[in-house]
Design a protein around this ligand. Structure first.
Ligand code: NDP
Length: 795
């Protein structure tokens, strides 16, 4: 284009970024990449390769290896072999390597940015200014955590070989989010990139070689979904870290159920972008550009649902349309484009189909007047207005540059609409009223809340979802826990503790015990209730002597209890101080009746009175522990790189199911129920199946201790049958299970449907008397989710 033409049209000219260095890299591998296993480029066992295409030019970039079972096995073996010396090199040694990786990425940042844009289709402006700087930042930040592990994470150790599976939308950034914390905490990794976008991971392998990273610490196996599945199922992989679709996340949850493999899942989203009437609408428009047109909207946390207060809706829609008209879609290496190409034809079709569906549903669709380039996989920015909250485009993740808008009138309605989704990854709130923003933020069920900003990330701030957006956090101290295990785990036993028991000497002695002729009931919604089925089960002592009957509950009783737990809204709203008061009161009332509770333990378990007294006293002490924590389990203010106060707030999980251990009937109940409620959860508890009477006696303590109705619900009966009902229940947000290996597997398998948080013991036994095993912040971590709230500042 001549200067004269430019003056006439005022059009942008092309501003292409050079791709010479990236071309040189591809050529250095003869455009045919092998697998990176044990520090060496290794031909795939199958001899099978597939093509990697540039989405904005449709040019063939390279051939990529398709790893099969043998390759995955070789990679896992290499990682396993490297593990011992990687741990032994210590935190400081690992920090040096991570620092070297960060430096090397910075030194080659333009090559990474260009290659990423070529491979993925995203604008070079984004890879250059956002993706790759964040990658380097992630390695620097985690070099720091490696250095600090010995002092700051003393109670934890590495997990082992980590299998990591990443998607195509932020290929290099997701690699960094996975590899940096894993290596920092002493693990070794096998990473599978997405088939559409493997190239920067392979360039990263070159970096690992250049800095002399020990062989086997990082292995890259490229391939299709079945390569990922092989990695998931490999018996020597101790943890799977996955980012991708909710559908595959659920497959992974089911595939790993009962194996003891830890998993973290970062899945889809349909994040609300909420605009209140006092917001600065011009800033909002730019926020929307960042929220939904960044990376072509192929962002798990894209602000894809615009919720706008009715009074300003039409005004805002007009401004958005005007801005959309000026957006530029084009080649990924053109420095002056706003929106690049969609990653592949299959994704383009998904977007087209969903937009068509949105039109058929009667929603109003608007697209700019200009056309996208004809060659390459492009899709124009798209706005739907007057969208019904129940329509498919308001519920399904489109993963493309499509914004769906709906309006609300009141603040309450905004919150309801925002939470009207099965996801819970992120949200964005726009208002000039900080009080309103901070009132709304905790009410949104999402792992990240951006106030007057959108899609900002930093290595020091944890990112991850609630509900079907998955679990686990990446980044910040909270993210480190995904790559460590508690040292006490090695103390857990395969067999139940052997107790010294004494057969009751006479029936007369039995009759003198208190409460023997009471009729234990269920405890639901603050009331004693009979079981729906009208059945009972017999409770005997360890010598087979009859003690009592307890209700045999059914699915209906579980459902009633869950409903009651949801209805108890007052508990979650109480301050930590107020909750602590109630917990101390419970301890006080238990102490008053200590002898009665000890006698009950003797009666059920035939232990000595001294042992029973010890169990009661330890239980009282444990309640004190969590009364102490109730107002001290604080969050953090993260030091992010932008001008933000980033609050990492622990929030309650919600309604939790708790399946107590059979042993230590009182202490096991207290040790699991009290930390959960201390964090504001309401619980449905299945007490010890063989010795439930400590729990059914306990509701009399609850009734006299100011515990609100529905906060603790106690349901007795067949433990594993009732557990399955809880695992399947869609309105239970978290489930802890202390029982058999099979029961643990059932919990993990059946909870996949709504991706509830689970914590199970895989049939192992804790010593509940040992404070390092039976109490502590690990329980509180499992009872909470971390929400990061980003509040920018600066005049
Ligand atoms: P997937 O979840 O299928 O892919 C993510 C990663 O998992 C890829 O590396 C993929 O390999 C691998 N994978 C696929 N199947 C399995 C399996 N059974 N076991 C283990 N690993 C597996 O996402 P897609 O790339 O197919 O995208 C589909 C949809 O998912 C998108 O339209 C979008 O809605 C959503 N998505 C969400 C993302 C997020 O960050 N939340 C990211 C990407 C997609 P391969 O690439 O070879 O298929």
């Amino acid at each position: 284009m001549s200067i004269k033409e430019i003056y006439q049209t005022m059009e942008y000219g092309p501003a292409p970024e050079s791709n010479k260095e990236s071309e040189d890299f591809l050529n250095s591998h003869k455009r045919k990449f092998n697998l990176f296993i044990n520090g060496k480029w290794t031909k795939p066992a199958s001899g099978d390769y597939f093509e990697s295409i540039s989405p904005s030019t449709t040019e063939k970039l390279a051939l990529i290896s398709n790893a099969n079972e043998k390759d995955v096995d070789d990679a896992v073996k290499a990682a396993k072999k490297a593990l011992k010396s990687w741990v032994e090199i210590g935190g400081h040694g690992r920090a040096r390597y991570l620092y070297a990786i960060a430096r090397q990425i910075q030194k080659h940042s333009r090559n990474f940015a260009v290659l990423e844009s070529m491979d993925n289709g995203k604008p070079i402006r984004e890879t250059r200014d956002i993706d790759i700087p964040l990658v380097a930042r992630h390695f620097y930040h985690h070099a720091g955590w490696a250095q600090l592990m010995d002092t700051e994470m003393k109670e934890y150790k590495e997990i082992g070989v980590i299998g990591q599976i990443i998607p195509w939308n932020f290929p290099m950034l997701m690699l960094a989010w996975k590899i940096a914390p894993a290596l920092a905490m002493g693990n070794t990794v096998v990473l599978k990139p997405a088939e559409f976008t493997s190239l920067t991971a392979l360039l990263f392998a070159d970096i690992c070689k250049q800095i002399g990273l020990p062989d086997g610490v990082v292995n890259i196996v490229t391939g299709h979904g079945d390569t990922g599945a092989t990695l998931v199922n490999h018996p020597d992989v101790a943890k799977i870290a996955f980012t991708g679709s909710t559908e595959v996340g659920k497959i992974i949850r089911r595939a790993t159920a009962g194996t003891g493999k830890k998993i973290s899942l970062e899945l889809g989203g349909k994040s609300p972008f909420i605009v209140f009437e006092d917001a600065d609408l011009d800033s909002v428009v730019e926020g929307i550009v960042d929220a939904i047109w960044f990376n072509q909207g192929q962002v798990c946390c894209a602000g894809s649902r615009l919720l706008v207060q009715e009074s300003v809706a039409e005004k805002l829609y007009a401004k958005i349309r005007a801005r959309m008209e000026t957006l530029r879609v084009g080649k990924s290496l053109d420095k002056s484009i706003d929106i690049g190409a969609i990653v592949a034809p299959v994704q383009l079709r998904t977007i087209e189909d969903l937009v068509q569906k949105g039109k058929e549903e009667g929603n109003t669709c608007w697209q700019p007047s200009w056309n996208c380039p004809a060659d390459g996989y492009f899709y124009p920015p798209t706005l739907f207005t007057d969208v019904s909250p129940s329509s498919v485009i308001a519920q399904e993740e489109i993963f493309g540059p499509v914004l769906v808008a709906m309006s609300f009138r009141s603040h309450g309605e905004a919150v309801k609409l925002a939470n009207n989704t099965r996801y819970g990854l992120a949200s964005s709130i726009w208002t000039e009223n900080i009080n309103l923003a901070l009132d709304i933020a905790p009410q949104i069920k999402a792992g990240t809340v951006w106030i007057n900003c959108s899609n900002v990330f930093d290595a020091s701030s944890g990112f991850g979802g609630y509900r079907e957006s998955g679990y686990g956090r990446e980044g910040g101290k909270e993210g480190l826990y995904e790559y460590v295990k508690h040292r006490a785990e090695s103390e857990f036993k395969n067999d139940a503790p052997k107790l010294k028991t004494h057969e009751p000497s006479s029936k007369k002695e039995n009759k003198s015990l208190p409460s023997i002729d009471r009729t234990p009931k269920l405890y639901i919604g603050g009331k004693q209730a009979r079981p729906d089925g009208g059945n009972s089960i017999t409770i005997k002592d360890t010598y087979g002597n009859y003690i009592s009957e307890v209700p045999k509950s059914s699915r209906k009783d579980i459902r009633n209890a869950v409903e009651a737990a949801h209805a108890c809204t007052s508990w979650a709203g109480m301050t930590g101080h107020a909750k602590a008061q109630v917990l101390y009161y419970i301890a006080e009332n238990l102490s008053v009746r200590a002898d009665e509770f000890a006698a009950r333990i003797v009666q059920m378990t035939n232990v000595s009175t001294a042992d029973a007294n010890k169990e009661v006293q330890t239980s009282i002490e444990r309640i004190y522990t969590y009364a102490a924590w109730a107002d001290k389990y604080d969050g953090l203010v993260h030091h992010t790189t932008q001008r933000n106060v980033t609050l990492a707030m622990p929030e309650r999980v919600g309604v939790m199911g708790i399946v107590c251990p059979d042993e230590s009937p009182l202490l096991g109940f207290i040790s699991t129920v009290i930390p959960a409620i201390a964090m504001g959860n309401c619980v449905v508890v299945i007490p010890s199946e063989s010795a439930p009477l400590s729990a059914t006696d306990f509701y009399q303590i609850l009734e006299t201790s100011d515990v609100p109705a529905g906060c603790i619900n106690i349901v007795t009966g067949n433990k594993d049958e009732l557990t399955k009902e809880m695992a399947k229940h869609d309105d239970i947000d978290g489930l802890w299970y202390f029982g058999s290996a099979q029961g643990s597997k059932d919990v993990e398998l059946l909870s996949a449907e709504n991706l509830k948080r689970t914590w199970v013991n895989y049939g192992k036994y804790r010593n509940w008397y040992d404070r390092s095993q039976g109490e502590g912040t690990e329980f509180l971590r499992h009872a909470t989710e971390i929400k990061n709230i980003w509040i920018p500042y600066g005049a």
